[in-house]
Design a protein around this ligand. Structure first.
Ligand code: F6R
Length: 602
């Protein structure tokens, strides 16, 4: 959580910092701030609220060729002006932005206060500029002071600092992401590439323990001892336009609408002659795998449910585990276990923690992620990219679709290697119909009646979503999306579970979305009828002529396709319903309250 940015070069930094922060707001939007260095000291401007509020509070322009910026998701201390970053030392000479959590901040603060340092905020971050200042006093050298400071810190951090009178940005990472962007005339540091993608696509993904010093014409990477480190330069293949909102009112609308392209990219080159092929994962890669554990959170967990169910149908032992519960639920793990981290950002702390625990116990690891160079991609034995392009709206949409497809393909790839696997009966038909998926999503987008439906029901008491088999994960995902952006109560269930308790909540004011996949939907139909008998309006998310549609008050139609892909079409309809309901309720769709996209704290 939290996004940081830094920039140094020859022109003015302020505009770049502000636009970079806007592209990082998906990481948190409780407060925002920048600090620039312009020959007359370090100038800090910060306030609670979003970057837009920071922009309007910049009553007089703030100029400088170098600076740092921050957008916050609060951990220590409420979202006030004082707790906004950048934080400074007592004299205001050292300014720091930070993403992460400093575990030993209490004791450091007490020690620094005892030495005369004055603190203004409740944050853990504020110890960092004071520490740097303290070590500068001691050693008379800022670079050494930064090294000493990071050695003193315990916890996770990506930090960037500027110091009065120095034309340098100092930065370090440990446990939180930090990417260096290299342009001809300027350098950038940021929590994520979209922060500077409009300026450069040449990047260095920094590693834990790296320290960076940026100067207008040079940059240096060292370890904590000060020894130089070489890191390779990568070229990011995201289009800068992918990171912008374009003509859309919301990123979420754009991301729903561009799913056909995202899915085409996900699929491209991965089905060859009726077989699934992943670069770097040749035939035989999974030959000694006996059990697969999918670990994930939130929407990614729902995609992982998809994957684990498909793998089980292919006769491979597979579990899907909530990453935050890994310790309590993992059971035996050994070198024949493959742990698959499903994570859009590749930075989710709970997921990373689960993978580390599994690999400590001997498991092999694989990341399924959207972000090249992310921690998950770097820490696992292998990585597969879902190729959905940057997703900025906090609510995951296109990445769910791309994750589910990637996982479905991965399951076929694993099953092809595992000697005890039983081939899925209609595997060929399933892979063939995948080619039509982008076009079918296009059809849903062009013909949907989700907006009318949202208008009819957006002021209901509660919303329920049911489905069985693969439809169960879609029901859970539909409910998560709905509650996340409308702030209305929504719950998803396996269809058959409705009568075991939740039915007590069903009334004429609780619309029920029933997801049919064209597979075995009998239970879903029966359970929807049970709810309808109690007065609930039923919305069938189903192909035309599906029996469920006859039992429903409304239908959100999906093209007839293979049952493995039908759920993904149903999910697009549910994304659209959530989006339109949230718009009618005037919610801040791209930045729902209390949330952030990249959850880097446990
Ligand atoms: C919901 C949503 C979250 C994420 C979850 C995991 O719309 O986006 O539930 O799915 O925080 O994030 P990643 O996939 O980055 O690990």
């Amino acid at each position: 959580m939290c996004g940081i940015i830094a920039r140094i070069g020859h022109g003015d930094a302020t505009e770049t910092l502000l636009s970079g922060l806007e592209n990082l707001e998906y990481r948190g939007y409780d407060s925002a701030g920048i600090a620039v260095q312009n020959g007359s000291g370090v100038k800090v401007r910060k306030c609670s609220g979003e970057v837009d509020e920071l922009k309007s509070s910049l009553e007089q322009s703030l100029h400088g060729n170098m600076g740092i910026g921050h957008t916050r998701w609060s951990t220590h201390g409420p979202p006030t002006d004082e707790n906004a970053h950048p934080h400074t030392d007592t004299a205001g000479d050292v300014a720091v932005v930070h993403n992460g959590v400093i575990d030993n901040y209490d004791e450091l603060r007490a020690e620094l206060q005892a030495r005369g340092h004055e603190f203004d905020s409740d944050t853990d971050t504020e110890v960092i500029p004071h520490l740097i200042d303290d070590y500068r006093e001691q050693f008379g050298d800022t670079e050494r002071a930064v090294r000493e400071a990071v050695e003193t810190l315990e916890g996770s951090y990506a930090i960037a600092a500027i110091v009065d009178g120095e034309e340098r940005v100092y930065a370090a990472r440990e446990g939180s992401p930090l990417v260096l962007g290299l342009d001809d005339e300027e350098w950038y540091l940021a929590s994520d590439v979209p922060a500077f993608l409009e300026h450069t696509d040449e990047v260095i993904y920094l590693e834990d323990g790296d320290l960076v010093v940026l100067e207008p014409d040079d940059y240096r990477i060292t370890d904590v001892a000060g020894s130089p480190i070489e890191r390779s330069v990568d070229t990011v293949d995201w289009d800068p336009e992918d990171a912008g909102k374009g003509e859309y009112d919301h990123y979420m609308a754009k991301e729903i609408d561009t799913q056909p392209t995202a899915l085409s990219n996900t699929i491209e080159g991965r089905v060859e002659d009726g077989n699934v092929a992943f670069e770097d994962l040749p035939a035989g890669t999974f030959a000694d795998i006996e059990t697969v554990q999918f670990v994930a959170c939130g929407t990614s967990y729902h995609a992982a449910m998809y994957g684990s169910q498909l793998l089980r149908s292919a006769g491979v032992r597979a579990d899907v585990l909530r990453a935050s519960e890994y310790d309590q639920t993992a059971g035996p793990v050994d070198e024949n276990t493959l742990v698959v981290a499903v994570t859009q950002s590749g930075e989710t702390a709970d997921t990373l923690d689960a993978v580390r625990k599994a690999t400590d116990r001997g498991a092999r690891s694989l990341a399924v992620t959207n972000v090249v160079g992310s921690t998950a991609a770097r820490e696992t034995d292998d990585a597969i990219y879902i190729r959905a392009g940057p997703e900025v709206g906090v609510a995951a949409t296109k990445t769910f679709s791309s994750q589910a497809v990637t996982l479905a393909l991965l399951t076929q790839r694993i099953a092809a290697d595992v000697p005890t696997a039983t081939p899925v009966e209609d595997r060929e038909a399933m892979l063939q119909s995948l080619a039509d998926l982008p076009e079918h999503v296009e059809t849903v987008l062009e013909t949907t009646n989700a907006e009318s439906l949202a208008r009819e029901y957006f002021d209901s008491d509660s919303y329920f979503f049911i489905g069985n088999g693969l439809g169960h994960s879609v029901a859970l995902e539909g409910a998560l999306k709905f509650k996340e952006i409308t702030y209305e109560h929504a719950e998803g269930f396996a269809s058959g579970e409705l009568k075991h308790g939740p039915l007590a909540l069903v009334t004429p004011e609780t619309p029920l979305f029933a997801v049919a996949t064209g597979g075995d939907d009998k239970k879903t139909k029966t359970n929807a009828i049970e709810a309808r008998t109690r007065g609930a309006p039923i919305i069938a998310v189903a192909p035309d002529d599906h029996p469920l549609a006859d039992a429903a008050d409304w239908q959100l139609s999906i093209p007839d396709t293979h049952p493995v892909w039908a759920g993904l079409l149903a999910n697009v309809q549910l994304q659209l319903v959530s989006y339109h309901a949230a718009a009618l309720l005037e919610r801040p769709i791209d930045k729902p309250r209390n949330l952030a996209k990249s959850v880097t704290v446990e």
